[in-house]
Write a protein that binds this ligand. Structure first.
Ligand SMILES: [Cu+2]
Length: 172
């Protein structure tokens, strides 16, 4: 019922947005090609410049991904499996200061592993996919409780797919 209401509201809003465009398009139909003060040459240069900037920004900002998983002896490994609708987290004592590798897997459909800190800030996330073992690495700096939420809609009880684990302070 709620989904139908949302769909109806969406269609009405889309129609409201589309109407001015349709009006403008029909009003401009009889006037032939309009060249703005920039002219076609300048427009082409502008589009080319935007393309170059867009590709550069995308390339530079994505270059750091994917983060590789380190192979040092100091790392901690925890296996996490997603199920409809709960997380199965291997009972491992995790400590601060050395990398934790999450081996993430699912027994049924796609899930999204999202790890949140005490302030409910998302600090690490990765997809759980059938037939794949996905890895993500994170070094916890603060001891305490961390929460796990599912970040991929996976069915009626998706919102119940929460869990938590504790990270202890490393002995120095
Ligand atoms: Cu889910």
């Amino acid at each position: 019922m709620q989904q139908h209401t949302i769909l109806l509201v969406t269609i009405i809003i889309m129609a409201c947005v589309a109407l001015p465009f349709l009006f403008a398009a029909s009003a401009a139909k009889d006037k032939g090609p309009q060249v703005g003060w920039l002219g076609y040459g300048a427009q082409r240069s502008l589009v080319a410049a935007m393309l170059v900037v867009g590709v550069a920004v995308t390339g530079i900002s994505l270059a750091v991904w994917p983060h590789s998983v380190s192979a040092g002896p100091a790392r901690q490994v925890v296996n996490v499996t997603g199920h409809q609708w709960y997380w199965e987290i291997e009972d491992v004592r995790l400590v601060t200061g050395s990398p934790v590798v999450f081996n993430v897997h699912t027994e049924d459909v796609n899930h999204g592993l999202g790890v949140y800190d005490a302030d409910f800030r998302l600090i690490v996330q990765i997809q759980a996919m059938p037939g794949y073992l996905n890895q993500v690495q994170y070094t916890f700096e603060k001891p305490g409780k961390y929460r796990i939420l599912c970040m991929e809609f996976c069915g009626v009880a998706h919102h119940d797919m929460t869990s938590e684990f504790t990270v202890s302070a490393a002995k120095s």
